[in-house]
Design a protein around this ligand. Sequence first.
Ligand code: GUN
Ligand code: ZN
Length: 440
Amino acid sequence: MRALRGRLFHLKGSSFRDPKPEWYDDGLLVINDEGLIESLGEAHLMVPDLPDHCQVVDHRPYWILPGFVDVHTHFVQLDIIASHGESLLNWLERYTFPAEERFISPEVSAETARYFLNEMLSHGVTTASVYGSVHQTSCEALFSEAEYLGMRLLAGKALMNRNAPEALIQHDRQGRDLEATQSLIERWHGRKRLSYSLTPRFAPTSTDEQMRWVGGMFQASLAGGVSSGPLFLQSHLAENLDECRWVASLYPDSRSYCQVYETFQQLGPGAIYGHCIHLNDTDRALMASRGASIAFCPSSNLFLGSGLFDLDAAVSAGIKVGLGTDLGAGTSMSMFKTMLNAYQVCKLRGQTLSPEGAFFLATLGGAEALGLDQLIGNFQVGKEADLQVLNPVAIPLIERRFQKTTTRSEELFALLALGDERCLVATYVLGDRGVTGHTH
Ligand code: GUN
Ligand code: ZN
């Protein structure tokens, strides 16, 4: 048993509009031997009653927050981050696909997975939903490394069997990609904190046969057909107008792009769709009724000029929304930068995103979007103790700004807008201190 003392902050609400912040300026978080949260509250009230064997780690005056949840990113795009000047379809062709071809190599996969996940932990991210390349090797490496680090992770190999370079096309005679997918599911799905996510890249790169097979597998798993629990599914939807026109030309009879995923039974709980910028109200109502969620990836959307996501419309429709960094179209692994970009996108849309609302999206909201909010996302008793210790004033400009702030909310916003990984003191995964950050 161990207890962490510091300034505790987490969200207990059910939406970014009503995030229900809870603060303990001198708080104590007690973690049991399974790495689950045992209790939390005011330190001066709890410390006298702690059992003798409980080790107290004093992080005062630092802040203790839930680990960030990144609901959409591509580890196989790490090396093409910040590739200048294209929009989605050209960017995929010119930079992304060639970069992903390298992940046929187990060595490239292992080295990149290690770098990527360590970098995530150094940014306070403790759970993510990650795309591999089409190669089984990429996901083997990623899952192995995540297991070693003890992280909660969703991942899957990308499925593509048309409209991609020859080297990235994979399918059997029925258009499926059965062997590699099944072998990954058997080995990793439900093992420790790992889950498999079926990953049809997006509608243009899978044939109808492949789409039907994926939807069938997803629905069968939701109906209880996979012993280790329902599979997840991740894909891209309505990110860019040229992409939308392309899908319309491939599926001229479909009511919309979103309807294509519905037709192939790929909307459901545990299905997470990246971007969803160019949707209409019928699409949103459909996603909400199926329980599919959205990864809002503002950094990527600004970088590729894809458009401005309508957060209010998505949440008003009843869709769960989390934040994604979307590397390598996103330009940072920092959830601080991603929250700031989300705030800016909302501003350009004439919408409001409060500091507490932004932290909600980056923690509990992300957990809800992944359907993992029973396990992670805040400090509710019984949840897994994934958390980050932050020293906001490690950045001199924040220290200076804090001299003029008068409320917790103002401090939180200054941290969101000016913070980065220099503020990270430590990341704890399931109650264990893993990566040590930049300040001590
Ligand atoms: N749409 C299909 N593939 C991708 C990808 O790798 N990144 C982004 N941002 N959009 C996509
Ligand atoms: Zn993406």
